[in-house]
Design a protein around this ligand. Structure first.
Ligand SMILES: Cc1cc2nc3c(=O)[nH]c(=O)nc-3n(C[C@H](O)[C@H](O)[C@H](O)COP(=O)(O)OP(=O)(O)OC[C@H]3O[C@@H](n4cnc5c(N)ncnc54)[C@H](O)[C@@H]3O)c2cc1C
Length: 503
């Protein structure tokens, strides 16, 4: 039965980085609002936002080659890279303000400066990287980028990758010293700690949202099961955010809103090889992204990453793709079949027909033997030995499939927020560039769902305090970018840290 106690201004579904970020914004902007957060697991950030479940790359487009495309005339389009780099600067601004307020106590537990590098071989790829570098370094967001095609120079950056490598092979690398590794799990926990200790916020763990419906008065009613007691209860709210990661699509379908029809999801799981040999871990200090092979999806770009997780240095290679019908790592094998409805069956089939190379890629990945995986690793570490690496499951991604007039259905690799027309329900689908851009995604959501308040002097003032560049463009204003980077590096402790520390 619904009671006044069961009504809140806001319900956030899922305790990952997206709900953490939105909840923190809303608490700062409207301290008197009642917020309830429901999470099906018995702890926060148990899915994609947990450190080992994602790559922890602070996506800034420094090293990810799929964010820059080669046009037909041979020029390099860096528009997407600019957008992503700017978004990450905005994220750092928000996290810096949370650090100054003490919400993040020790920023080094959640963000580290680790150089971002791209590394390619072969004439065509080295030429592409040189052109990309020439295009990017003209822009102030990337003006610190370094390029080399000299074997010895590259070796000084990434000695482990160069061990046993043919010196006559054409090679090229770019490097941005200000790249970062982020522990999104640790960051989200700081925000949830702040939220659960704030007045008017309730975080209910082990509570699964089973159904959502709109009431006649425009509010939303959620049916929620307490997984400890098995008891079901109804909760209502004026505004609902479905931030359930892979679980978002099924909930959007349950809400049955016109804006949500025609969406489908395609799960792709990830796996890492995690290095267990300290000597190798100590010899590498960078996030090194390569080029995805033809036909493979953007998130399959191989990378060899130094990570800092719980104060310990780690070395990961991957991701290798896997296929499972689960939408969440801790989900059900029925997730995919249950998500197929009359309104998305055609987009799903069409997307499948138009993505034969992806299907081929997935079949190849799923049927890989340990030796096949080693072969992929040896392209980056020619002297790698199987016994020094262990296979580990990463998180589950659900790629968005969208209805399309011409193609019937298209597979998207980005993140998309689906809003009801009145802005009272917002659902986040997809997973890339994901956590790194969570702050910009939520700023977009605030504008769309609370347009009157977002335009108010009160919200503008608070938002400018949290994000000093709010309302201005870091991509257009070089001086503002330098000033902003100066502040965030200082506050987050990213300044002065030894770069290329090999041990
Ligand atoms: C392999 C991999 C690598 C990645 N690498 C990067 C990277 O390097 N950099 C980057 O920025 N991003 C990366 N991402 C993306 C990033 O992890 C996600 O964008 C981000 O974590 C999504 O956060 P979220 O809050 O939306 O979802 P999640 O963290 O998945 O949280 C959703 C929560 O909702 C809960 N939930 C689900 N259904 C229900 C329900 N019915 N009721 C209640 N609770 C529910 C889940 O249990 C979960 O805790 C990667 C993702 C993967 C899978």
């Amino acid at each position: 039965m619904e009671t006044q106690e069961n009504h809140s201004d806001v319900i956030l579904i899922g305790a990952g980085i997206m709900s953490a970020t939105l909840g923190t914004f809303l608490k700062k902007l409207e301290p008197s609002w009642k917020i309830k957060i429901f999470e099906r697991m018995d702890k926060v950030t148990a899915e994609s936002s947990e450190a080992w479940n994602n790559a922890g790359t602070g996506h800034s487009a420094f090293c990810e080659l799929n964010y820059t495309t080669e046009e037909d005339d041979g020029s390099i389009n860096i528009d997407k890279a600019i957008k992503i780099a700017e978004s990450f600067e905005v994220s750092k601004e928000f996290w810096s303000s949370l650090t100054e307020e003490g919400i993040i106590e020790d920023p080094l537990k959640m963000i580290r400066r680790i150089p971002h590098m791209s590394f390619v071989w072969g004439d065509k790829n080295t030429e592409f990287l040189r052109k990309r570098y020439e295009a990017m370094r003209q822009h102030h967001l990337f003006s610190d980028m370094q390029f080399s095609d000299d074997y010895e120079h590259i070796k000084s950056w990434i000695p482990l990758i160069m061990e046993g490598r043919d010196a006559s092979q054409p090679l090229a690398a770019t490097r941005m010293d200000i790249g970062t590794d982020v522990n999104f799990g640790s960051l989200s926990r700081c925000m949830f700690d702040y939220l659960k200790n704030s007045e008017g916020v309730e975080l209910k763990l082990h509570h699964e949202v089973e159904d959502i419906k709109r009431l006649k008065d425009g509010n939303w009613e959620l049916e929620i099961k307490d997984l400890d007691s098995g008891k079901e209860q109804k909760y209502t709210a004026n505004f609902v955010f479905i931030g359930a990661g892979g679980g978002s699509l099924p909930l959007l379908e349950k809400a049955d809103v016109p804006e949500g029809r025609g969406y489908g999801g395609f799960p792709i799981s990830g796996k890492w090889l995690v290095c267990n040999k300290q000597e190798l871990i100590d010899k590498h200090y960078a996030k090194v992204y390569g080029k995805a092979s033809v036909g493979s999806p953007p998130m399959s770009v191989p990378h060899l990453d130094t990570r800092m997780i719980d104060g310990k240095k780690a070395l990961l290679f991957g991701p290798y793709a896997g296929f499972s019908t689960k939408f969440l790592k801790h989900g059900s094998y029925l997730d995919l079949p249950s998500s197929i409805k009359w309104n998305n069956i055609w987009p799903l089939i069409s997307a499948g027909v138009h993505n034969i190379p992806l299907t081929k890629y997935l079949i190849e990945q799923v049927t890989q033997s340990p030796e096949d995986r080693l072969e992929a690793l040896q392209e980056y570490l020619p002297e790698a030995q199987l016994e020094d690496w262990e296979l580990m499951d990463a998180g589950q991604r659900v790629q968005v499939i969208k209805k399309d007039e011409e193609e019937g259905g298209v597979l998207e690799f980005g993140t998309e927020v689906v809003y009801t027309q009145d802005g009272s329900l917002a659902t986040l689908l997809g997973a890339s560039p994901g956590a790194s851009t969570s702050v910009s995604i939520m700023l977009g959501l605030l504008k769309k769902c609370f347009p009157g308040l977002e335009a108010s002097a009160k919200w503008k003032k608070e938002l400018s305090e949290l994000i000093p560049s709010y309302g201005k463009s870091l991509a257009k204003d070089a001086d503002l970018l330098y000033k902003t980077r100066e502040r965030t590096s200082k506050v987050l402790g990213l300044k002065g840290e030894e770069v290329n520390v090999l041990a």
